[in-house]
Design a protein around this ligand. Structure first.
Ligand SMILES: [Zn+2]
Length: 125
């Protein structure tokens, strides 16, 4: 009977979180409450909270994804981080102009011409 504390002790946020998780034998731990979790400071996705509560901080801009493809899964062992790719929009290359002249400045030779083919096959000695 110390009497110093108030009757209401704020429960650790982690405790509030994990008690809303349904633990399945086959592996996934499913989040059963609403799709967002208020961690005391901000509202975030349960997956992000699960990651930070068990593994530590999430790098800036990284996303927590379930590798088991279960959208409700918050089991840390099933989660992984992805970083958004730095995608730079590429400008489409302009179409190459049709070659009109070859390197020697002559018009391109049609290789299917029979005469040409014969000359090619002949080996100079
Ligand atoms: Zn899972």
């Amino acid at each position: 009977m110390g009497g110093l504390g108030s009757g209401r002790v704020a429960r650790p946020v982690g405790e509030r979180f994990w008690e809303k998780v349904k633990y399945h034998e086959r592996g996934c731990w499913e989040w059963t409450a609403s799709s967002h979790f208020f961690n005391g400071e901000i509202t975030e996705s349960p997956r992000r909270f699960a990651w930070r509560d068990s593994k530590g901080p999430i790098p800036e801009r990284a996303q927590v994804r379930p590798m088991c493809r279960n959208a409700r899964c918050v089991r840390p062992a099933h989660l992984y981080l992805t970083e958004p790719r730095e995608v730079e929009p590429k400008e489409p290359e302009p179409p190459k102009p049709e070659p009109v002249l070859d390197a020697q400045g002559r018009p391109p030779v049609d290789a299917t011409l029979p005469g040409r083919r014969m000359t090619r096959l002949r080996t100079p000695t």
